[in-house]
Design a binder for this molecule. Structure first.
Ligand SMILES: [Zn+2]
Length: 96
């Protein structure tokens, strides 16, 4: 009887460990996904907006921003730099 109880206890403990491991893996996966999303994020080099697209219709390597009508081959992929540009752009817009 004693042996069976011990076995059951060990088993449930193992299950708990598994659950913890699983949720850790899930949160790790989520963080990874967020990072990937940030990495693949494209920003407009003029205004820092993420509202950018390839103008595939006529020139495949030209990016287009829907916010400030920027068009060019250069696109920003660094979120920190984009944030700076966005701030500067906002300040410029506030000037009379
Ligand atoms: Zn723009």
């Amino acid at each position: 009887m004693c042996g069976i109880e011990a076995e059951q206890f060990a088993f449930s403990e193992l299950g708990e460990l598994w659950k913890q491991k699983w949720s850790l893996r899930k949160s790790l996966k989520k963080a990874e996904e967020n990072e990937r999303q940030l990495r693949t994020m494209k920003f407009c080099p003029k205004c820092g907006s993420t509202d950018v697209d390839f103008s595939v219709f006529y020139r495949p390597s030209i990016w287009k921003c829907h916010k400030c009508d920027y068009e060019g081959p250069f696109i920003l992929e660094d979120g920190n730099v984009a944030e700076e540009i966005r701030k500067k752009h906002e300040r410029k817009r506030q000037l009379p």
